[in-house]
Design a protein around this ligand. Sequence first.
Ligand code: ADP
Ligand code: MG
Length: 387
Amino acid sequence: MILNRVKKPFYYGGVVSQDHFCNRVQEIKELKNDMDTGLNVLLYAPRRFGKTSLVLKAVKQTNYKYIFLDFMSIVDEEEFINEYFNAISKALYTTSDNLIHFMKKILGIRPNINVEFDINGMPTFSLNFNRRDTKSVLKEVLEIPYQYAKHSDEKIVIIFDEFQEVINLNIEDKLRAAIQHHEDSISYIFSGSKKSIMTKLFFDKSKSFYKSVKHLSIDKINESEWHKYITQGFNKFDKFIEKDHIHKILDISKGFPYYTQQIANELFSLTNSKVDDDLVEYSIKSIIKKEEDLFLNEWHNLSQYQKKALKLLIYANGEAIYTKDTMERFNFTSSSLKKAVEGLLNKDIIDLKTNIYYMQDPLMYKYIKEMSTTLSITPVYRDKGLG
Ligand SMILES: Nc1ncnc2c1ncn2[C@@H]1O[C@H](COP(=O)(O)OP(=O)(O)O)[C@@H](O)[C@H]1O
Ligand SMILES: [Mg+2]
C-alpha cells in the first residue's frame, strides 16, 4: 500500500528526503540556480536545522555530478586528502580502471591509488604517499574535480558540509587558492553550523575566503507548511490533530525542523486516534527531558557572566538589554554585559535578528527559562524576541 510506505510519518536524526521533507521550495530553487551559474554558496544555520537535507535534495534534482564531504570527523590534513580523494573518486566513478587511468593522467606526482571493495562491491579509494609530499599531494587532489570538469566538459557541484571544522586542518590557504581559479565549472557549497566561525572565514578580510561566496540564508520552515505536513502525517495513519495543537507545537519548536519533527513524532506515538491538550503538553515535556543532558552540557560550558547574561536576555526578551533597570536587576555594567553577550554570540548560543537577541535553540530556551525561578516574572515584550 502506498499509504503506509513510510512506517512513521515523522522523522528526526539524519538527512530527510521525500516524504519526510517539508517545503524549502524557495531555497531549493535558489540553490539550483546558483549551481547552474557555477556560483559558490555559503550556508550557515544551527545544527539540526536542515542544511544537509536541503543541499542534498537540491543537488539531486540537478543532473550534475556532486562530491559530498563532511568535515566533522576529519582531524588533519592527511585525513582530509584521503577522505576528499575518496569522495571525489566515488562521485566520478564508473569503473575503477577508468578512474585510475584518469587519476594517473592528472596526478603529476603519481601516488599509489588503493581501491578496496566492501561486500556490496562498493569501492573505497585512498592514496599512498610519503608524508613529506603532503603539501603537493594536497594541491593536486584539490585540482582533480576541476581537471575532470575540464576534460569531460561537465559541471560539478562540491559540497563541503560542517565546513567550520576546516579551521583545525590548516588547509585554508591552499583550498582558497584552488577554489579561486575553478570558476564556474565548479560550484562549491560551504555549509556550516557555527555562524561565528563561518562568518569569520568568509567575511573577515584577513581570512582566506573573504568574499568568495554568495550567502544563501535559510530560515525555519514556515508555519503553514508545517500545518500541512503535520496534519497529513497524522491523517495518513488515521489519526487526527487539530490546528491548535499544531500551533502549540510550533509555539515551542519555533518551526525549528528537528524539534518540530521530534515533538510531532512523540505525539504521534502517544496518540491512539485523536490528539488532546494533555498529550501535547506531555510530548513537549518528554522531549525536553530527553534533550536535558545536552542543554545542561551547553549551560556548563558558559562562564558565570554568560549564564547571567543569558538570563537577562530571556528576562528582557532580547530587547533593549542595556537599559539601566534591566542591567541593575542582573548586576551588570554595560561593558560587562557587552562582553558576556559577545561571548554568547561567539559560542553560537544566541544570535541577533532585527536588533533582537534570541537563543538559537528554542527548546534550550524553554528549558533554561523554566529552570530559573527568577525568570518566571512576565517579561516585558511578550510576542517578540526570545519568547
Ligand atoms: N525540510 C525538512 N522538512 C522536515 N524536516 C526537516 C527538514 N530539514 C530538516 N529536518 C529535520 O531536521 C533533522 C536534521 O536535518 P539535517 O539536514 O541533518 O540538519 P543539519 O544538516 O542542519 O544538521 C532531520 O532529521 C529532520 O528531522
Ligand atoms: Mg548536517
